[in-house]
Design a binder for this molecule. Structure first.
Ligand SMILES: [Zn+2]
Length: 390
């Protein structure tokens, strides 16, 4: 069962980023929140939580501390769930953010009058993936910023953005998580003690990935993905087509489950807005939410496929380490040591390197929106051919 991202809307939820939290809180306390911030750091280390906490602080009608929201009122709660109009995330739909997204989604969102709340936090996920046209269109927005908008531009590095954009933003840096912080999160997520070390290792410093691995369905999916080489070896060449179908069906199932969760969320909001009792939805809200949810559902399938590729690539990378005679302590998948030793007998170094190349080609094909079954078949075939060599 897929659930929506866990509600987070206070600074306490932004773990492991003390310096960034301090500078945002002091900007809030001094009423000096810049209209645009460049949030520089590896993806998935707290960007979403930071945006939510900032939006709550700017919009909470209850808290008497300007630097933080109360975390419990209806405004904070909806901000935490990402269903309040004061917080919006813009993710790239394909490989890049394009000018149509800037003109069709971002600018309308920035200029729309707020029906509730005081200031909107508009977060551009992977802002360094704006293509040139998008950057030029966005620059015009930054030159005449609407007073009610705070932009957060998430980037892994600032070098890919126009200097004219960077110079109009205040910068905050997010840092990768330490193993200690990851271990603390693993405990908070309720990952069983005996699995913690292995999952922290498999998450490779990404708390988002660790959260995924705390989801039993995704943890199980990881085992399946890491067993692909063995499954191909044992089931024989005839397995390629059905396996590709099953794996894609799983990714579609993730998206369908999220759709279920979104329907529940819409019902909950209908109740909160009193749609049944009186006037109906506030203008435009239902359309915007529906559009946002549909986008998230499309992204969920993509994310599931990317997870598959990440798992497979990490397994192949471990196989290379085994071939190189590396210490078990250097493996990403320390809970698969025996399987790795066995599969290293099945695939030699050249095969593994070719397999890694095939994973990357598949990733690029997904980014171009290539038909996933076909692309996965190609990938599985490339990995399986050396397994059936006489
Ligand atoms: Zn509040």
């Amino acid at each position: 069962m897929t659930t929506l991202a866990p509600p987070v809307a206070t600074w306490d939820d932004v773990l492991g980023q003390d310096a960034a939290v301090r500078s945002l809180r002091s900007a809030l306390a001094g009423d000096q929140v810049a209209h645009a911030w460049l949030v520089v750091g590896p993806s998935g280390v707290g960007q979403r939580e930071l945006a939510r906490a900032l939006a709550a602080a700017l919009n909470c009608p209850v808290s008497d501390d300007p630097a933080t929201g109360c975390g419990t009122c209806s405004t904070c709660e909806r901000i935490a769930r990402g269903t309040h109009p004061a917080v919006l995330d813009f993710e790239p739909e394909g490989q890049f953010h394009v000018v149509d997204a800037v003109r069709g989604d971002w600018i309308p969102a920035a200029t729309r009058t707020m029906t509730e709340g005081r200031r909107k936090v508009l977060r551009i996920v992977a802002a360094d993936r704006m293509n040139e046209g998008a950057q030029n269109a966005f620059l015009k927005v930054l030159e005449e910023p609407p007073a009610s908008v705070v932009w957060l531009l998430d980037v892994e590095e600032d070098g890919l953005l126009l200097d004219t954009i960077v110079s109009r933003c205040r910068r905050i840096d997010l840092v990768p998580w330490t193993p200690d912080a990851m271990a603390t999160l693993a405990a908070q997520l309720g990952i069983p003690h005996e699995d913690r070390a292995a999952r922290v290792r498999a998450a490779m410093g990404s708390p988002d990935r660790l959260r995924d691995l705390a989801d039993p369905e995704l943890a199980e999916a990881r085992w399946r993905h890491l067993a692909i080489v063995a499954e191909l070896a044992e089931r024989g060449p005839g397995a390629v087509v059905p396996m590709a179908k099953e794996l894609v069906a799983w990714s579609r199932g993730r998206s369908a489950a999220l759709k279920e969760a979104h329907l529940g969320e819409m019902e909950r909001l209908e109740e909160a807005y009193g749609v049944e009792r009186d006037k109906g939805w506030p203008p435009g809200v239902k359309q915007r939410l529906t559009k946002r949810f549909e986008r998230l559902e499309r992204q969920e399938q993509r994310r599931a496929l990317e997870m598959l590729l990440d798992d497979l690539a990490s397994y192949l990378r471990d196989l290379l380490a085994v071939h190189a005679g590396a210490d078990a302590a250097t493996l990403v998948n320390i809970d698969h040591e025996a399987a790795l030793a066995r599969d290293a007998e099945r695939l030699d170094v050249v095969d593994v390197v070719a397999g890694l190349g095939a994973v990357e080609r598949c990733r690029e094909a997904f980014e171009r929106n290539g038909a996933p079954e076909l692309q996965l078949e190609r990938l599985l075939l490339a990995i399986s051919l050396p397994l059936y060599r006489p």
